[in-house]
Design a protein around this ligand. Structure first.
Ligand SMILES: [Zn+2]
Length: 116
């Protein structure tokens, strides 16, 4: 089993960076970036297959229809929730004539909780 992938952006080798230059003399090329696995921040991430965010986004733009076809979504999904509103005493500061006054007011906090 190989311990590396080539970047899956089909245009990775067209991006002009020093890191992609291979060959010598008049035989230089820009080459697709090799991604070594084992670098721990890449493990189990999409960046096992793409050398950076730019290449990932170029791939998604080019193959967006194929990506969407992997798992078509024909209708929305719903998650049951409970919306809770709680009132709490809070303070704001009012400044006038170089003086600050603590003014009480009631704030409302809205939280969304799972209904399950
Ligand atoms: Zn790439």
């Amino acid at each position: 089993m190989s311990n590396y992938n080539w970047c899956h952006n089909p245009d990775c080798h067209k991006i002009a960076t020093q890191s992609r230059v291979r060959g010598s003399g008049d035989k230089k090329v820009l080459r697709t970036v090799k991604i070594r696995s084992g670098s721990h921040w890449r493990q189990d991430s999409i960046f096992d297959f793409f050398c950076n965010q730019n290449c990932l986004m170029q791939f998604l733009k080019k193959f967006r229809q194929e990506v969407a076809n992997i798992r078509p979504v024909k209708q929305p999904s719903e998650t049951p929730i409970k919306v809770k509103k709680t009132k709490q005493q809070s303070y704001r500061y009012q400044y006038s004539n170089g003086q600050s006054n603590r003014v009480p007011y009631t704030s409302t906090r809205t939280t969304i909780e799972s209904a399950e």
